[in-house]
Structure formats: structure tokens, C-alpha cells
Design a protein around this ligand. Sequence first.
Ligand code: AMP
Length: 302
Amino acid sequence: MRTIRTVSELRAQLRSPRRSGRRIGLVPTMGAFHGGHLSLIRRARAATDVVVVSLFVNPTQFAAGEDVRAYPRDEARDVALAAELGADILFAPSHDEVYPEGFATTVTVDGVTQVLEGAHRGAAHFRGVTTVVTKLLNMVSPDAAYFGQKDAQQAVVIRRLVADLDIGVDIVVCPTVREPDGLAMSSRNAYLDPGDRARAVALWRGLKAAEATVDEGEREPGALVSAARAAMAEHDVDPEYLEIIDPDTLSPLAEVDGDALIVVAAKIGPARLIDNIAVRASVAPAGQRGDRIGAAEAPCSA
Ligand code: AMP
């Protein structure tokens, strides 16, 4: 595996495999690898010929008050892990390589960026994400790019972005990888002290309580939210938001009838954590309520 720092060297490296028709996969990351990142690299390795993992802690997607300098970094460990999994290129550009003097362009996606994370972290967050992802897609020109369902709204935003800007890449979204107690893996979990780490399971417990309520036949979002909030309160956690939404449009649902996404964000000590679970259920005729019609965690979806 080669570590590459400049766009010109990256393009030079990819020219020949691209010409010979080899498929290129991109896994965009901010480093500090955990099992979630590794699952994306494995998926890319299995499905494409040349795997590029990008590592760039993008300052423009950090909201005011979030400290980009405190974000966990360990490039040497990331290099070793990516190499072990068979990645071909680790692309780790400098700040100035991505945002050179005079940089003046941003990419804005309306609508799906304005709710949930966009509403709570401010418009700059997704503008930072959509701008850097557009740049990475232009730098690498991959055939497929891999993202995690953990950041469900981000995946919806990226799908919107590539559709609207006619970017010829397959967006592949892979399932959330969890710790044994259900906590979604996240670089931000490193901020948790042991007490906060124990409380952090509240997000998953809340989501599972809502899912169980669906399994019991409940289809009314308010009842699911109440069940989830009660489960979280047992861990002394009050969510920033907890919503039952349409997985494609992110709009709140009036009832669960088909696919639904339950999304949650909560501050646990110094860390702001997010998580989600997909449920699918039908509004069955009276007497047959409770028929779940799908699994919560779907496999990677292209
Ligand atoms: P990040 O380095 O946090 O920007 O994440 C890079 C990619 O890894 C994004 O597509 C995330 O959605 C994905 N990711 C982060 N955590 C997980 C997880 N626990 N399971 C699966 N994918 C994840």
C-alpha cells in the first residue's frame, strides 16, 4: 500500500489501472479507524480492483464549538490497518492540498441537509461534507464509494449530491458496526470516560425499545418515541432529537407503514453521538397488527 499526499500523484497512480478497465473503490474517512471504517474497506476490497482509502480530517464540517484539533488522530495505526486489509492507496492530503490559497467554492445540497444533524449542528456541517466529498470524488473518480449507515442522513445527502450533479459513481451504504453492548462504533467514543461509556449504550437501548414497540404492533410515532425516551432515561440520557422518519426523504412519518428509520442524537459527557435503526412494518388489518415485514439491519445497499 502506498501513502499519497498530492492529487497529481494520486491521478498518476490511478491512470494506468483506470485505462485497463480496473474498478476503483473509494472509502472516504477522517481516520482514527475502528471496526466501522474497516468494514467499509473490506467491502471495497471485495468489490473493486483498486481500493483508495482517503484520510482527511475536514475542518469545514466541524460546527462552531466543535474542536477539530481535539479530533483523534493516529495515522501510523491507520496506515497499518488499511494495509493489513489490502487497501492499495491511502490518500492523506494536507490541508493546503485540499483547500489551497484562494479556495472559494462550496457545494450546497438543500432540503435533506436542513433537518436533524443540519438543524442541530448548523448549515456549515453538511456544506463542509458535501464540498469535501465532491472534491474527493473528483480527485479519485471512483467507480464506487463506500459510506456507513451509522451516518444515515449523510448517506442520503451524498446520494442526492451525486444524483443532482450527475457524478458517475455507485454509492454503497454498509451496515453500522457495533460494540458488543450495541454502541455504534465512532471515533468520538474516544472522548467518553468509563462512566460516560456505560451511559452511551442509552442510544442503542432507546432504538431497540422503539423497535420492540413496533414488533408489538404499535405504528404511531409518538408511542415509539415515548418508549425510546423511557429506555434512554433509565441511563439518565435525554436525546437531542429522536424521530421516526422516511429513510429516503428524512421527513417525519405520520405512521409506520413500510420502511421507517428511527434516528437519535444525544450528548454523553463531552461527546455528541448519533445512531439509527431501520424498521419495516405494515399497518395490518385489525387483529393482525404486529406483523413486522423486514429485518432491522439490511446488508450493504448499492
Ligand atoms: P468518519 O471517519 O467518522 O468520517 O467516517 C467515515 C465513514 O465511516 C463514514 O461513511 C461513516 O458513516 C462510516 N462509519 C463510521 N462509523 C461507522 C460504524 N460504526 N459502522 C459503519 N460505518 C461507520
